[in-house]
Design a binder for this molecule. Structure first.
Ligand code: NAD
Length: 492
């Protein structure tokens, strides 16, 4: 089959061939074979994109009234909705996520853009009461040109979380998607073009992180980096961005505790805990990868995980019946398998799974079985390090205090979940967990209007919610003396 062609970058409202980039092939992780040819930008391309974003920022975009930016963003959202089904197929091919995940996922992204559009004309400041002869007020101004750097696990969702608030705030954007999954970003550029966003407001330059990504970060023409990805990359970004003292927001990894108390509705808790262990093939920062289970129900929960793992239909991403596709690329598959070996060497009990699936049509793809470890101690590496594969680590606990202690004994603090029918306990425990998002009797409920982001090593700043705008806006305070009088301190 002919490869899909995405041979141009989108810079300054034009589709342009790379100046010093290259054309590369992107791999379908279910076959291990190329499925599209895509343009990657080089350093000169990134320079062009930053210049275009700067011109658009200084020109039409920051001066446009918020209600007019909102009209354009709504048009963008409507076009996104119309293209969502098609984009879901592309995202499934690029990431390997099954179509039954990507269809509802991409089918909801327009709501993010609508939500941010609705905020574009509400960026009001405050008046601050002072002495009678002083009028003090604040205004919120866009920070400028934003470099948006996204990961490969959920490319379009993590993009919406940056592009939506940035454009609503009046910033312009250079988007650099992950090298493994660039395809939907070109489609996003086409939507921006069709929606009539002024040239340069959104630029799309895929490419390698360590070259064009790093260049974007260090670029003096960029005012802010919005990043989702690995903590180690965030540290590199901080170092590279230090010289220009730009602003940063980081959405980094997680090792989220998902706590099941003995008084929970166990069926519902199991539905959530098994889904949040294996959905996105385990490649989501929010997954409940540490399942903390009260000792009295531990054996039952382990047995249910084993039973339910056997029901997971691993298959081709575009097959409507597939529950779980391949890992998104070969390095991630190798990483997941290495952690299975680490867990076994550490003495955890491999209850089920843990093997690459290589039979028949799975042969060349990056498939792995849904995996469950029992008897996990929170000191083990499989409980401490982010695996990013479909590997659940089941950790027993005795009581509330121990559950909280284990939950918080991690460098991460992104999300957490807990299941209990006792509402007092639910609130009590939720309040003690160090995580940016805590779900009670549900899991992975994420919406445009609910702030999302990490404590501790899981990140800086919040995406979604009205809080998302904060990291794309600067506050300017103006103080006016209505008397116009200023004392001469040297008069006597
Ligand atoms: P990654 O850090 O390897 O790459 C992320 C992006 O950074 C890619 O676009 C990559 O090209 C770019 N990049 C790499 N090196 C760079 C550099 N030196 N300078 C500038 N850009 C650079 O992460 P990944 O493997 O793509 O994504 C997986 C990670 O993302 C996991 O840790 C996961 O938990 C995290 N994640 C977090 C969230 C969240 O919301 N908190 C969501 C999704 C993924």
């Amino acid at each position: 089959m002919a490869l899909a062609e995405y041979g141009k970058l989108f810079i300054g409202g034009q589709w342009v061939a790379p100046l010093d980039g290259e054309i590369v092939e992107t791999i379908d992780p279910s076959t291990g074979k190329p499925w599209a040819r895509v343009a990657f930008g080089g350093i000169k391309d990134m320079d062009r994109a930053v210049a275009a974003a700067r011109e658009a920022f200084e020109g039409p975009w920051r001066r446009m009234p918020g209600y007019e930016r909102a009209v354009l963003l709504r048009r963008f959202a409507d076009l996104y909705e119309q293209r969502a089904a098609e984009m879901a197929v592309l995202e499934s091919r690029d990431t390997g996520r099954p179509i039954r995940e990507t269809r509802p996922d991409l089918g909801a992204h327009h709501r993010w853009y609508h939500w941010f559009a609705s905020l574009a004309d509400k960026l009001d400041g405050r008046t601050i009461p002072m002495e009678p002869a002083v009028h003090a007020y604040t205004e919120r101004r866009p920070v400028g040109v934003v470099g948006a750097i996204t990961p490969w696990n959920a490319p379009m969702l993590t993009t919406a979380w940056k592009v939506g608030p940035a454009l609503a705030a009046g910033c312009t954007v250079v988007l650099k998607p992950a090298e493994h999954t660039p395809v939907t970003a070109y489609e996003l550029a086409a939507i921006a073009e069709a929606a009539g966003l002024p040239p340069g407001v959104l630029n799309v330059v895929p490419g390698y992180g360590h070259t064009v990504g790093a260049h974007l970060v260090a670029h003096p023409g960029v005012d802010k980096i919005g990043f989702t990805g690995e903590g180690r990359t965030a540290q590199d970004i901080l170092r590279a961005g230090a010289a220009t003292l730009k602003r940063f927001s980081f959405e980094l990894g997680g090792k989220s505790p998902h706590i099941i108390f003995e008084d929970a509705d166990i069926e519902q808790a199991l539905n959530a805990a098994t889904s949040s262990a294996w959905v996105v093939c385990g490649q989501s920062c929010a997954l409940g990868s540490r399942v903390l289970v009260q000792r009295s129900i531990y054996d039952r929960v382990v047995e249910e995980f084993r039973r339910r793992a056997a029901r997971v239909r691993v298959g081709m991403p575009l097959d409507e019946t597939t529950h779980m596709g391949p890992q998104a690329h070969g390095e991630q598959l190798a990483k997941t398998l290495s952690y299975v070996a680490i867990g076994q060497a550490e003495g955890a009990e491999l209850v089920t799974g843990g093997k690459r699936i290589e039979t028949g049509e799975f042969g060349a793809g990056f498939f792995v079985q849904p995996t469950v470890f029992a008897g996990v101690d929170n000191r083990m590496r499989i409980a401490r390090e982010e695996i990013f594969g479909p590997v659940a680590a089941l950790i027993p606990f005795e009581d509330e205090d121990e559950a909280v202690a284990i939950a918080n004994d991690t460098r991460y603090g992104l999300t957490a979940g807990l299941w209990s029918r006792d509402s007092a306990r639910a609130h009590r425990v939720a309040a003690r967990i160090d995580a940016g998002m805590v779900w009670v009797n549900t899991y992975r409920y994420i919406r445009w209007s609910t702030p999302y982001g990490g404590m501790k090593a899981s990140g800086w700043g919040r995406e979604n919610g009205v809080e998302a705008l904060d990291s794309y806006l600067d506050t300017r305070t103006t103080i006016v003396s209505t008397s116009g009088q200023f004392p001469d301190i040297y008069a006597q």
